[in-house]
Ligand binder design. Structure first.
Ligand SMILES: Nc1ncnc2c1ncn2[C@@H]1O[C@H](COP(=O)(O)OP(=O)(O)OP(=O)(O)O)[C@@H](O)[C@H]1O
Length: 265
């Protein structure tokens, strides 16, 4: 078997309540290399979050295994940082303290107090949030909260960054700005990223590969599209790029022709 940085091997998930069973995922297999940016796209309810949560170790799979850097994933751990759509900052702490909390917890032995302070600020700088370090979540915008969530995840230096529709709740302009920032960060740090999105343009712009899920129940990977666009990428230049448009068309065809959404009766 080929070795990948992240191996998702034959994952299946059945949710069971009382006597009723729902098979959400069936035989999901994917290898991800270090530094790759992967998007997962598929219709609502097909099981994308379930898959991400299994990789995060937050939900157990029913069958199959996940291996990260040769180690079996069976519980949550700091090597996999998750950013959810609804920012999960602690409202009573400042922006700085929200990031510092994770940094102090993870690096209390390996970094001095001053190093931890610098590391916290460095990660806030990455998302351009140092100016609001002393503000509380209630005093900043949704996009800013999401940036702090991303800073907190990056500060953990995870092997894998898991993004569950991180820009889903934002307006189009804020969303574009954050996409550009995440591209820049990925370019600088070379993180391995798995991101769920509903946005075809976002998937093509950011990803090395796009994983397209079939409709549930028993959803699986229907196709994987390579995005052979050079980096750094510019959304303006790509708007008329033939390769970009071809990738976009391939994803749209998958979603709206081959796996059209069928509303459950
Ligand atoms: N804890 C649970 N118990 C039972 N069923 C669940 C549970 N969590 C999710 N499901 C079901 O599993 C299916 C997949 O849900 P999931 O949230 O993974 O899909 P999704 O593709 O991420 O959806 P969306 O794009 O709308 O966020 C849905 O039918 C959902 O109702």
């Amino acid at each position: 078997m080929a070795h990948h940085y992240l191996s998702i091997e034959g994952i299946g998930k059945i949710y069971q309540r009382d006597r009723s069973k729902t098979e959400v995922l069936r035989d999901v297999t994917l290898g991800v290399e270090k530094g790759e940016y992967i998007s997962i796209i598929g219709h609502s309810g097909c099981g994308k979050s379930t898959l991400l949560n299994i990789v995060a170790g937050l939900t157990p799979s029913s069958v199959g295994a996940v291996l990260l850097d040769g180690k079996v994933v069976d519980d949550p751990g700091p090597d996999r940082a998750v950013v959810f759509q609804n920012h999960s900052l602690l409202p009573w702490l400042t922006v700085y303290e929200n990031v510092a909390l994770a940094v102090d917890k993870l690096f209390s032995r390996s970094k001095s107090r001053e190093e931890r302070r610098e590391w916290t600020m460095r990660n806030l700088e990455l998302v351009q949030m140092t100016h609001a370090a002393d503000k509380r979540p209630g005093e900043i915008s949704g996009g800013m909260k999401q940036r702090v969530g991303i800073a907190r995840a990056l500060a953990m230096e995870p092997k894998l960054l898991l993004l569950d529709e991180p820009f889903g709740a934002l307006d189009a302009l804020t969303r574009a700005h954050l996409q550009d920032q995440i591209m820049q960060i990925h370019q600088t740090l070379g993180n391995t990223v798995i991101m769920i999105t509903h946005d075809v343009d976002e998937a093509v712009l950011l990803s090395d590969r796009i994983v397209m899920m079939t409709n549930g129940p028993a959803a699986t990977i229907g196709d994987v599209l390579e995005v052979p666009l050079e980096r750094p990428r510019s959304r303006i230049a790509l708007a008329s790029d033939r390769t970009y448009l071809k990738c976009r068309e391939a994803v749209l065809k998958f979603l709206y022709e081959r796996h059209r959404f069928v509303e459950a009766a």
